[in-house]
Design a protein. Sequence first.
Length: 185
Amino acid sequence: MYTLYIDTHGLELVFILFKDDTILDERRQISEKHSRYAVAMLESLLSSNQVTAEDLSLIIVINGPGSFTGVRIGCVIAKIMSYTKNIPLKTLTYLQALDLSIDAEVTLGIRDRNGVFVGKFDRNHELVSDYFYLSNQDLKKYSEEIIINGEVDLNKVYLYMKEQMTINPHLLKPIYVKKLEVENG
């Protein structure tokens, strides 16, 4: 069973190929030009492992939060592959993926130049309330500790996602930092 993991929410493009429960191979590149490199990186990952889209049993995609272009590229690739090749699709946010690496109640964030996109998680890795955005000014007044970024444990993400429900690729919704920033004034 091959699983493709896609994460384009930040500056780093990440494509990982799992075989059964093990990371088989990966492609990573830091770039502000996701549209230039994403498809070639994916093709390289699959072809070098002699895997085709038809061999994939599952696609896991990080649907944000992130920049409009970055998140959209990963989500579009996942949607197209899932829909056209009838591959089951599962999604989670980067903050959920990061939370799986931490065994505690925690508040996590992703910083942009204007503030932080925040999510609070309980010990069972459940989102406690809706995600929210704190401007840099609001962040100075915020009393809770926020862990900004961190290392995602991909093996924990893979095991967790095996137990989650698949979604209809048409229902995959990207989460953009800027949209929340605008909504929060």
